[in-house]
Design a protein around this ligand. Structure first.
Ligand code: PEP
Length: 245
């Protein structure tokens, strides 16, 4: 299976920037990896056609806890993001867990909504600095996996992103040994608990850059990357995609 490189634009961009960024990625993209970009909701419609033509999947950075439609002011449902062409939905990003108090239970329910629509949930897990210092990183991640992944998950509709919180947007990257250890543990969990486990891709995220992409993507059980800051520049994102060769 090809590696998967997902760009999480977070709360960045404008109509103009979104369209230029997608054109830039389309112009330089090689076919060695599956690629997905996740802009803010408001830019999804504007880039959907160009991304589709270039073979770039689009994804949302979150979705509502609630089903399809209704009186939920400000929310965007999984069925709506499907309607505009999304294939992936990122869930449980540490910034959602931190700034919106999203628990594992909330993440699990959102993943159910995503699966109901036939979309792929990219469920993020990862320990904080304090949890790693206390030697709790493995138990924290296992608990997040157990509590955030719904019974509907299988190789067909789940991607897991291991993102140590202390490495996100900080320029600090986990060592290859740390990544290998955690990805091995997550791979064992997936193999034991899910149907078609070999199809579940386990991404690493946390300050992935052109300079470290190839070595991180070569670590055993690293099936791709979730990229924040470096996904906002076409040349950097393309260099990371090339690192998946
Ligand atoms: C992320 O947003 O998921 C992320 C990993 O960010 P960064 O690459 O900027 O650390």
């Amino acid at each position: 299976m090809k590696k998967l490189i997902v760009g999480n634009w977070k709360m960045n961009g404008s109509t103009e920037m979104a369209s230029q960024l997608v054109s830039g990625i389309a112009a330089g993209k090689i076919d060695n990896a599956d690629v997905c970009v996740c802009p803010p909701y408001v830019f999804l419609c504007g880039i959907a056609a160009a991304a589709k033509q270039a073979g770039i999947a689009i994804g949302a950075q979150d979705c509502a806890y609630y089903p399809k439609s209704g009186a939920y002011t400000g929310d965007i449902s999984a069925s709506m993001v499907k309607d505009i062409g999304c294939r992936y939905v990122i869930l449980g990003h540490s910034e959602r867990r931190q700034y919106h108090a999203e628990s594992n239970e909330v993440v699990k329910n959102k993943a159910l909504r995503v699966h109901e629509e036939g979309l792929i949930a990219v469920i993020c897990v990862g320990e904080t600095d304090a949890e790693r210092e206390a030697g709790e990183h493995i138990s924290v991640v296992i608990m997040q996996l157990m509590e955030s992944i719904p019974e509907t998950a299988s190789g067909a509709n789940l991607v897991i992103a291991y993102e140590p919180v202390w490495a996100i947007g900080t320029g600090k990257t986990a060592t290859e040994e740390d990544v290998a250890e955690m990805h091995g543990i997550i791979r064992r969990f997936v193999n034991e608990k899910l149907d078609n486990p070999e199809q579940v891709r386990i991404l690493y995220g946390g300050s992935v850059k052109p300079e470290n992409a190839a070595s991180l993507l070569a670590v055993p059980h690293v099936d791709g990357a979730l990229v924040g800051g470096a996904s906002l520049k076409a040349d950097q994102f393309l260099a990371i995609i090339a690192g998946a060769a």
